[in-house]
Structure formats: C-alpha cells, structure tokens
Design a protein around this ligand. Sequence first.
Ligand code: IMP
Length: 428
Amino acid sequence: MSTIVLIGAQWGDEGKGKVTDFLAQQADMVVRYQGGNNAGHTVVVDDRVFKLHLIPSGILYGQKQCLIGNGVVIDPAVLLEEMDNLDKQGVSTNHLRISPRAHVIFPYHKSIDQAEEEYKGNSKIGTTNRGIGPAYADKASRVGIRMVDLLDQEELEEKLRYAVEIKNKMLAGVYESTERIDYGQVLEEYTGYAKRLEKYVADVSVLVNEAIDQGQKVLFEGAQGTLLDLDHGTYPYVTSSHPIAATACTGAGLGPTKINKVVGVAKAYITRVGEGPFPTELHDDLGSLIRERGHEFGTTTGRPRRCGWYDAVIARYAARINGLSYLAVTKLDVLSGLDTLKICVGYRDNDEIITEFPASLKKMANYEPVYKEFPGWQEDISGVTDFSQLPPNARDYIKHLEELSRVPVAIVGVGPGRKQTLVLKELF
Ligand code: IMP
C-alpha cells in the first residue's frame, strides 16, 4: 500500500501544484478531495504554464487516473473550460473521473457569495467569489444538488426549482440585491453541462479503494491550506471546506487506515490572500520585494498576496493537525540575495511567549512575532540540482527550518520548473 496525502501547511498557495506534479510522476492515481475552483494550481512543464483549478495536476502526464472526489464542489462551466483548454494544449482528459456525490456550484452560489461579502462591508472574508462557501452551506443544509442529481433531469428540475425560488428570496429580501436567477436559463445551461460530463461520472470511492488494494500508488492532492480549515484555521477568515489531511478520507471515501504518509507543503516564507490575522506579515519594502520575486499574485483572482517570514509556530501546528510525515519546502530561490533571514519561533504577548497557535484572533492581533535570525546567501540557486550543491547558508536555513518546525524536510523547491526540485528523501 502506497498512499500519500499532500496538504498545504500554511494559508494556501504553498506551491502544492508543483509538488503534486512532481510526485504524480511516480503515482498511478491522483485524487482531489476538497475545495473547488477557489484553488489554483500552477504547473510549469518545459516552459509551458498550466493553471489548474479543479482537475488534479496528474492529468498532465496523460496516463494517470485523475479523480475528483465527493468532497469537492464543482462548477461545471469551469470544469468544462479547463477540460477544453487542456484538450487544446494536447492533454487528454480521458482518465478523469468525477464522483456522483460531489456537489455542484450554481450561479446563485456565486451571486450569494458576492452579495454576502458586499453586505459584510469591512468585515468581509475576502473570498474568491466563486460560490464555494454558499455551495458547502447548501450541502450542510441538505439542499445541495449533487452530480448524480445533475444527470437526472427530473431530480434536477425539482431541486433547482426549489433552490432558485429560495435564493431569489434571499437575494431580494436579505441582501437587497436587484439580481435574480432565471430558473429556465440555468436549467438549460446545466442540462447541457450534464450531457457533456455524464461519461466522466463514476464511483470515486470504489476506484480509489480498488487501486489501493491492488497496490497502486495513490496521491491525494489537497487544496488551500491548514490555516484556511473551517475548524482549525483562522476562523472566520477561512474557506468552507477542510483542507487538512483527514479530509482525504471523507472527501474521497476511504478509511484512515489506508493512508501511509502525509506531506505538508510550505513556502520558505509565508503568504496569505484575503483578510485575517497574519503575525509575521511584512508591511515594508521587503514584503513587496518577496511579492514581486515570488510572483505572489493569486492564480484564481490575481489579487496580490500578503508576504511574511516563515512561521514555525504555524508549521508545528500544521504538523500536529495533519500528522505530517514530511515537509516539502518551496520557493527557497525567492530568498536568495537577502542578507538576513528570519524564522518566527513564538509570539510575545506582553511578558508571555506563546508557542502554540491560538484560537482567538483578537488575542493574535496583539501578538508580536519572536524571531531567530540566520545569515542569507547571495548566489542564484535556481539551477541547483542536488541539496549538497546549495550554498552552506541555504542548507543551514533548511536545517533550522526543519528543526524549528519539528518535521523532516523531504523536498526543496528552487524554482517553478519540474526539474528545479531537490529530493532529500524519496516519498513513494
Ligand atoms: P473562499 O474559499 O472563496 O470562500 O474564500 C475564503 C478564504 O480562503 C479567502 O481568504 C480566500 O482568499 C481563501 N482561499 C480560498 N482558496 C484559496 C487558495 O486556493 N489559496 C489561497 N487562499 C485561498
């Protein structure tokens, strides 16, 4: 049995697409299990840039089975556009399968996402406006529409009629919006999507468990990151799913006994998009420098990402919540040329040093990060192919990061390309 769950150990955008793509080389199957097209995974193959939102990054290898599990919320228009784009670039989607239990995003989810953010004003979450929260809310309220319903015209008509009626009442009455959803138009549009997607729908839980039982290598590709988790993240500035390792089980339909390893992806620094607390945020020129060098602008929304120093309190928290076996550290090359590097080892709260990530955002707002400083390196490391070739200070930085995070580092990324990946430990 060889299964790896790969998750984001920070606030998302850690470079999971690249690490998934790297590990997918050896995998037989790649599975998405939560989130939706709020995710954006960038993969660079031979100077070609692929931006994937819903389809597992493994698709780029052609022969891998790529599955979208029940825990994902699917915007069919986005999925089909992504499939068409891949097709145009010569990438086959024949091996894609979608769970009939996955919930579908409708136009009213996007309208409500937007209306709710506007209504909240200054206390908005800063969502991606893709309808993710409202779709998961409908799932929990048991009024969601699943892929299996989309394929059944009678079910679709009945469920959609109810949903549109109630959402229009919400838009008018609660959010005082003038927007209305047209039932007939949505029905026609989604009936068309159903026809195109039907052949891809299959029982993902059965496929995953069969693959594991046959000894195939299965990679579970998480989206977003631990601190955006609905329970364990910086609530309410979180997404509406559970981007932690345990969700691979609920979101794809397998038991925890089937998971071998959990790999947390973390940048050599840290970023976040949207609102919410961020103890190590750099508000100065250095923050802007990291943003420019690291191309820290959202794959999905294009928003500039907030940048800061690596936070080992967060790394240890992610290690505990996810049971991390290893870390994959990305974008080390972005830190080249800096004289001094810092890693946050705790937060100062008046006379007290906090070393466990807190639940209270109010308290966190007053915390001052406590840093350890390390000397930087000046060399360009983007062409390095082996960890031993890194400048000594870069190797030391990784060693300190590893010790302070209390998780061994298995992979170090020194650039966006497939080849710019240093392997310290084989994972599959
Ligand atoms: P939502 O997932 O669109 O509801 O957005 C909720 C929060 O999660 C916002 O702060 C988003 O910026 C953040 N978020 C959602 N998806 C991602 C992602 O893939 N990377 C980074 N942040 C994300």
